[in-house]
Design a protein around this ligand. Structure first.
Ligand SMILES: Nc1ncnc2c1ncn2[C@@H]1O[C@H](COP(=O)(O)OP(=O)(O)OP(=O)(O)O)[C@@H](O)[C@H]1O
Ligand SMILES: [Mg+2]
Length: 246
């Protein structure tokens, strides 16, 4: 079976002579969880965003689910509909309810305006959204405005919204970074266990080396514009990873 994500000779520079990285080769096996680590500015977010061409790579090839991302606008839309995103800042619409924010996850599935609001959504979509909220343990606050939720709750709503999209792949950029240590651990635990249960392919970035080792199958470190390390998490020690930052 081809890799879920296959990256070959990827290079990105935002300005001439200022290369963020080059020669990046990564294969992400289907159903695996990969942690992408590296110092501030190493290019983790850039790499993550190059996958669905939210950032245009300077050169190289990326295949997602066996399809090149260098394709027609329609092909790219199809690829993007298979990819869910979870960001450090949850990007919820504050004045809308948690439930409506989750319903929005169905927009990429072709529901368009019917997925603008839980009140417009077909009953099936509404009940799927409630089920997604249930999976992240937030059924009780479905009707609460998103801007009244705690950071941990907001991030769980963002995870529910990503699940609602029914993606094959989830890309998460520091999903726990703006949370306190306890909430961050809980959100990562929940995120990783849901992703494993649903057999999603996941790439997440993190500065938390314990999270990288605990929740990923594989850790990839980038720095100095290249891959510094790519190894199964169970063969790595935290001290080894710390050494990459000096
Ligand atoms: N839109 C942009 N225009 C110009 N330079 C950019 C842009 N986005 C990122 N960069 C630069 O690319 C480099 C990599 O940034 P990136 O945000 O990918 O790093 P990161 O590893 O995610 O860092 P952090 O851990 O701080 O999130 C940095 O030098 C950054 O300044
Ligand atoms: Mg980043």
């Amino acid at each position: 079976m081809p890799a879920a994500i296959s990256i070959r000779k990827l290079a990105k520079s935002f300005a001439p002579g200022k290369q963020v990285f080059s020669g990046i080769d990564i294969d992400v096996a289907r159903g695996s969880l990969v942690a992408l680590i590296g110092a501030n500015g190493a290019g983790k977010s850039t790499l993550l965003r190059c996958i669905p061409r939210l950032i245009e790579p300077s050169s190289g090839d990326i295949d997602v689910l066996g399809q090149s991302v260098t394709t027609s606008a329609r092909g790219l839309r199809q690829i993007r509909s298979r990819i869910g995103f979870v960001f450090q800042k949850h990007n919820l619409v504050g004045r809308l309810s948690a439930l409506t924010n989750v319903v929005h996850g169905a927009q990429g599935r072709g529901y368009g305006a019917a997925a603008w609001s839980q009140s417009l959504a077909p009953r099936a979509i509404r009940s799927q959204a409630l089920e997604c909220l249930d999976r992240v343990g937030l059924l009780a606050i479905a009707g609460q405005r998103a801007d009244s939720l705690s950071g941990g709750q907001s991030q769980r709503v963002a995870i529910a919204r990503a699940l609602m999209q029914q993606p094959d792949i989830v890309l998460a950029d520091e999903p726990a970074a703006s949370l306190d240590p306890q909430a961050g651990d809980e959100v990562m635990q929940l995120f990783a266990s849901l992703m494993r249960k649903e057999k999603k392919t996941v790439v997440f970035t993190s500065h938390n080396l314990t999270h990288a080792l605990q929740f990923a199958d594989r850790v990839i470190a980038i720095g100095a514009g290249r891959i510094l390390l790519d190894a199964p998490a169970d063969r790595l020690k935290e001290a080894e990873l710390r050494g990459l930052y000096v």
